[in-house]
Design a protein around this ligand. Structure first.
Ligand SMILES: Cc1cc2nc3c(=O)[nH]c(=O)nc-3n(C[C@H](O)[C@H](O)[C@H](O)COP(=O)(O)OP(=O)(O)OC[C@H]3O[C@@H](n4cnc5c(N)ncnc54)[C@H](O)[C@@H]3O)c2cc1C
Length: 449
């Protein structure tokens, strides 16, 4: 059995506000502050040509603020991502996206209605007339792109299209934001009503675009130029699971933690557009990084044939499933299926004594990396429960009564959960029923978007 060294250093106990709560407070205060400024600008800049156009103006300004919020949420700024987690930020991004859609639609409708009332014309004629004004036309085009992206994000359609199609349609939103930016520049909105209003508007846009450029471009490019990742080893773990180890220069300077994930590209082997998220399945020790993936489609199938030496381009580290959030002496780790990968790396970084691990897999063959989990658990005298078999046959460790029987003091522990979305949702529901405080629960679902 593999021998695992026991980590010596214990992290200092956390004091003050939990990191996730702190980041949410900072983000909340920032957004509320900006909302207050936008409303103040609206109230002090005078109304439109009639009541309807005044209301349209307010909705236009709110749409601009929501658009800037979207940019912040997808910027993947490390400070926010490490504390809140990309899965949660993506969920918020989805809801802000739908709020943006409705705000834009209401704004557009009120503009057409306002001018129709003003000119005594029909809605259709006013709509066509507005379409011949360049500033309005840009706004209409921006709105059309938002409607298209929202349509593809609606659950019913999202389930039918591939991730790649959905992602490409989503990229159109950058075009929409560009059009909306020029639309706001040309329209006589409250943002252009005075020098301080203009300065504020420019500052907001610079901040939002700057966050995206920094988080999505500058940080990843700098990291890849510094580390120059290469595939060092490809190991089959089972018939359909493969591990890939990547090395690089100065990996001790990479701020990655166990439990986090990267978006991996293997240009030269895969097309540049293939960028897949995989968690670290070994704690990043400064020498190499490892992913372990189940073959489910073309990109994961291609991992098996990766030649050693292939260049790897990594974006990340991302994700908040880290020990930064530990708050209790006892901890329960729950892994389901391939959700074992971040849990495996967290166990390596874990320094506590009171550790329980539950590993749920469909069958013994599906319990990948189990030998490594056993090695980590036995090196430290922790408890491990492995459940295999179908829930239809009565294997239901995550029903509240069963979970309470396995871990009677679960409510006093931190709980880390990673598994397929349905299992993770079931575990979260059980933890709620067992009154485990939310701040002690740390979960990662293998879904983005
Ligand atoms: C944060 C996170 C961590 C993950 N960690 C692991 C891991 O450690 N091990 C593992 O086996 N799997 C992991 N996954 C799932 C893994 O990313 C997908 O199984 C993989 O990308 C599938 O690619 P494919 O081309 O082989 O299959 P496809 O058939 O193309 O994709 C199958 C499904 O995977 C998802 N997917 C595909 N590409 C992406 C993408 N670029 N971004 C987000 N989702 C995508 C989509 O839901 C898609 O429907 C993780 C997913 C996320 C979001």
């Amino acid at each position: 059995m593999t021998q695992f060294p026991v980590p010596k250093s214990r992290p200092a106990p956390r004091t003050g506000l939990p990191p996730a709560a702190l980041a949410q407070v900072v983000l909340g205060v920032f957004l509320a502050g900006n909302l207050a400024v936008v409303v103040a600008l609206f109230l002090t800049s005078g109304g439109g040509k009639n009541g309807t156009l005044t209301a349209a103006k307010l909705f236009g300004m709110l749409a601009a603020l929501l658009m800037l919020t979207q940019l912040l949420l997808v910027s993947r700024l490390p400070w926010l991502d490490r504390r809140i987690g990309m899965d949660r930020m993506t969920a918020w991004h989805r809801w802000v996206g739908f709020a943006l859609l409705w705000t834009i639609l209401v704004h557009a409708f009120l503009v057409v209605l306002g001018y129709a009332v003003l000119d005594g014309a029909t809605l259709a004629r006013t709509f066509l007339a507005l379409g011949s004004v360049p500033a309005s036309l840009l706004g209409m085009a921006a709105a059309a792109l938002v409607v298209a992206a929202a349509g593809f994000s609606a659950r019913r359609l999202r389930r039918r299209v591939t991730y790649e199609t959905w992602h490409r349609v989503h990229l159109l939103l950058y075009g929409s934001i560009g059009l909306a930016f020029v639309h706001q520049l040309l329209e006589p909105s409250a943002f252009q009503s005075s020098a301080p209003a203009r300065a504020y508007w420019w500052l907001l846009w610079i901040l939002a675009f700057g966050s995206v450029v920094a988080g999505r471009l500058v940080v990843p490019v700098r990291r890849n130029l510094l580390h120059r990742f290469r595939v060092a080893e490809v190991t089959p773990e089972s018939d359909d699971v493969v591990s890939v180890r990547v090395t690089g220069r100065h990996l001790d300077r990479l701020p990655a933690r166990a439990g986090q994930f990267f978006v991996w590209r293997f240009p030269g082997h895969h097309s540049w557009w293939w960028a897949n998220p995989f968690s670290l399945s070994v704690a990043p020790g400064g020498e190499s990084l490892r992913l372990s993936a189940r073959v489910v489609g073309d990109a994961t199938a291609g991992l098996r044939g990766l030649p050693v030496g292939t260049r790897a381009v990594l974006e990340g580290p991302y994700g908040a499933l880290t020990l930064v959030h530990r708050s209790r002496p006892g901890v329960l780790y729950i892994a389901g299926g391939m959700g074992v990968t971040p849990i495996r790396s967290l166990l390596e970084e874990e320094t506590g004594d009171d550790v329980t691990v539950i590993y749920r897999a469909r069958s013994a063959d599906d319990a990948v990396l189990l030998h490594e989990i056993r090695g980590l658990v036995s090196a430290r005298d922790w408890r491990l429960y492995v459940f295999t078999g179908r829930s239809q046959d009565g294997v239901r460790p995550f029903e509240p009564t069963n979970l309470a029987a396995i871990v009677p003091d679960v409510a006093s522990r931190d709980v880390y959960v990673c598994g397929p979305p349905a299992m993770t949702s079931g575990v979260l529901a059980a933890l709620r029923a067992l009154r485990v405080p939310r701040r002690q629960v740390h979960a990662e679902k293998f879904t983005l978007g």
